[in-house]
Design a protein around this ligand. Structure first.
Ligand SMILES: [Zn+2]
Length: 114
């Protein structure tokens, strides 16, 4: 009895690209950023002016996690205003009135479109 498993048609993983931006990995297993976390992050970074390391210590997270979240939610941009993402409804720092989808959802959207 011969029978071809469906997964046999999968191609090898894509080669790494030198010019590609840092890959955003879904590394937040068990580290979900709730609205409260994002607001706390924003307060520590924007109002108290703490470094990523200090914020990590205060929030009990790794510095990598803070760096990712700061970038993902545009927390450090002084022009950014807090708005709710149209897709996931979480608060994020929107850079202008037309910027209504958070970094995380934008990344997911890019994966879906390519
Ligand atoms: Zn979102």
């Amino acid at each position: 009895m011969t029978f071809m498993p469906k997964h046999a048609s999968f191609e090898a993983a894509p080669e790494s690209r030198d010019t590609a931006p840092p890959v955003v990995k879904p590394s937040n297993g068990g580290e979900v950023w709730t609205e409260d976390h994002i607001l706390t992050l924003a307060r520590l970074v924007r109002e108290e002016g703490l470094s990523n390391g200090e914020v990590a210590h205060r929030m009990g997270r790794t510095e990598t996690s803070i760096v990712t979240a700061v970038s993902r939610y545009s927390v450090r941009d002084p022009k950014a205003r807090l708005r709710a993402c149209m897709t996931c409804k979480r608060p994020f720092f929107s850079l202008h009135i037309g910027h209504r989808i958070c970094g995380k959802c934008r990344v997911r959207h890019q994966f879906e479109c390519t």
